[in-house]
Design a protein around this ligand. Sequence first.
Ligand SMILES: C[S@@+](CC[C@H](N)C(=O)[O-])C[C@H]1O[C@@H](n2cnc3c(N)ncnc32)[C@H](O)[C@@H]1O
Length: 357
Amino acid sequence: MKHITVLLEEGIDGLAIKPDGIYVDATLGGGGHSSLILSKLTTGHLYAFDQDDYAINKAKERLSAIGDNFTIIKANFVNLAQELKALGVEKIDGIIYDLGVSSFQFDDPERGFSYKYDAFLDMRMNQDVKLCAYDIVNTYPLGELATIFTKYGEEPFAYKIAQNILKERTKKPIKTTLELVDVIKGSLPQKVLNKKGHPAKLVFQALRIAVNDELQVFEKSLLQAIEMTNIGGRIAVISFHSLEDRIAKHTFKEYSEIHIPKNLPIAVKDIAPLKLITKHPILPSEEELANNNRAHSAKLRVAEKQKNIEWFYSIFCLFIAIFPTYEKANPPKKFPNTFISINSIPFKLNKSKVKLK
Ligand SMILES: C[S@@+](CC[C@H](N)C(=O)[O-])C[C@H]1O[C@@H](n2cnc3c(N)ncnc32)[C@H](O)[C@@H]1O
């Protein structure tokens, strides 16, 4: 079993590595991105997260052959800040997320991630946690199952599949991946079954996301990463489906814009916490697509932390907080001179329109 790293050079180029910097690989996996980061560091240090013992053991060997300035953290990256701070790391110069599961996990029949092999319905990335796909499939109520398939799989036949799962499990528990595949196939119309692509793909994706709470943990972690990254540091995200990509895209966009009235005489872009390095996502090359099937849905987005102007925020917040009250208590008409400079700007400040981080 081999994991071929997706967007290897592109992802690491996106980090613009400084040899003496502190870098984080949030998803160590087979250690492809980590190895390239480590090879670019001199006095810098790499912290690599994974929650999978197999990945950690494999990658540790690979990284040790390159250098010793790395630390592997067996933890969920949702605890990014807490884990790093416990090691005395308050700030980082860059972080990369290469989301999802690795080929080690996906192609290991025993892990239950794949609809191709018959296995117990497991799908846990971290085998120390209790909840697995079997529990969801066999205990969740109809509405919750249908919601999971719709929300995390965007499966058009979510409700029908959930209904059939409930019907089936009253006879006997659905224990294995292929038993579940049969229920899914039995719920879909022939014209859908005739289409290209595996009919169970969306439901399996949905279950995996639910078991590992993948979207919530990524979103929470990304916010911590933005907070911890030094000015000029980079955050790179490689995603494999639209739900993950949407989180990266929206978070980067939200943090690279400040929603203040149009006519305010300041350069708004320069004061947002992030600057977008990739306006559009970077996709794998034709060559990579030909050599790595996993690369097909991959997208890379990169953002950079901008210069710190917290003083501006403080003054601006104070201004926003005080002005509406003052304006109400002292209508501008009566005090034209007091407000002359503010009223000369052709806008009216509206607190609800201003979004500050
Ligand atoms: C796609 S692989 C990463 C591959 C790696 N970039 C490489 O080049 O070999 C994703 C890895 O991240 C891990 N992972 C996924 N979500 C995680 C999370 N929330 N916390 C920690 N590790 C996670 C998985 O266990 C898996 O090993």
